[in-house]
Design a protein around this ligand. Structure first.
Ligand code: DX5
Ligand code: ZN
Length: 233
């Protein structure tokens, strides 16, 4: 087996004037022209590209594998935020690191090896994120705050784009922010994010907004949609 090619210099994220980072979800883009889609997100001012990996088991849908991530990586120079919605995430870390992921976020509910997986991702030289389904209690969150770079609080049930935002998750965002006040950790929300729900999440303490359908289908253009979300602070 060939040794893992650790990423020595992960790409840096673009700095923007506000504290709110905006990651378009390429799940809402055109799969037939993934590389061009990724390039245009980079040009439209995205802070990173959010790539949803689904296995048809942890969630009832199938999407991208490492080859698609690698194609996006070759086409761009932007930070790649890989959101794994798969069982046994540990087993796929190396493949996605080699493909060019700059951060891997996996689900707390998908493995019994949460700590080992977080540790392994960081050992590979990239950032580690931990995601929580809407129904998972906040009480599960604090234990992992020092072990990861980002907490993802899902604001829809993971699996599909274009779903309605779940406002009940806002309380979990607030509680997580209270716990992290003195830490650098990023709090990401994903699912049903538009200018209105994004504003609620930022007010509650989120600083990374993932958005799919709003940017691709509702905003006047992806570029204007990204700009409107970045203004939220
Ligand atoms: C859902 C995915 C999201 C999705 C968000 O399981 O994790 O990243 O693309 O899309 P919207 O913004 O359309 O809800
Ligand atoms: Zn996602």
């Amino acid at each position: 087996m060939s040794p893992l090619r650790y990423k020595v210099y992960p790409k840096t994220m673009k700095k923007n004037h506000s504290n709110t980072l905006v990651y378009p979800s390429i799940l809402s883009g055109d799969f037939g022209r993934l590389a061009e889609e990724a390039k245009s997100l980079e040009q439209a001012g995205a802070d990173a590209i959010h790539i949803d990996i689904m296995d048809g088991h942890f969630v009832p849908n199938l999407t991208f594998g490492p080859k698609a991530v690698s194609a996006i990586n070759r086409a761009t120079n932007i930070f790649l935020d890989v959101h794994m919605m798969i069982y046994n995430p540990y087993d796929y870390v190396e493949a996605f690191v080699s493909a060019g992921a700059d951060r891997i976020t996996f689900h707390f509910e998908a493995t019994e090896d949460v700590e080992d997986t977080l540790e392994f991702i960081r050992k590979c030289g990239i950032e580690a994120g931990l995601a929580f389904r809407p129904e998972t209690s906040f009480s599960m969150v604090p234990k992992y705050l020092t072990m990861c770079d980002l907490i993802l609080l899902m604001t829809v049930s993971p699996g599909f784009g274009g779903q309605e935002f779940m406002p009940e998750v806002l309380e979990k965002v607030e509680l997580t922010r209270k716990f992290c006040e003195k830490q650098e950790i990023k709090i990401q929300v994903d699912g049903g994010i538009n200018a209105e729900t994004g504003a609620m999440c930022v007010k509650a303490g989120a600083n990374v907004l993932v958005s799919g359908d709003y940017l691709y289908k509702q905003a006047p253009s992806v570029k204007q949609g990204i700009a409107s979300l970045k203004e939220l602070s």
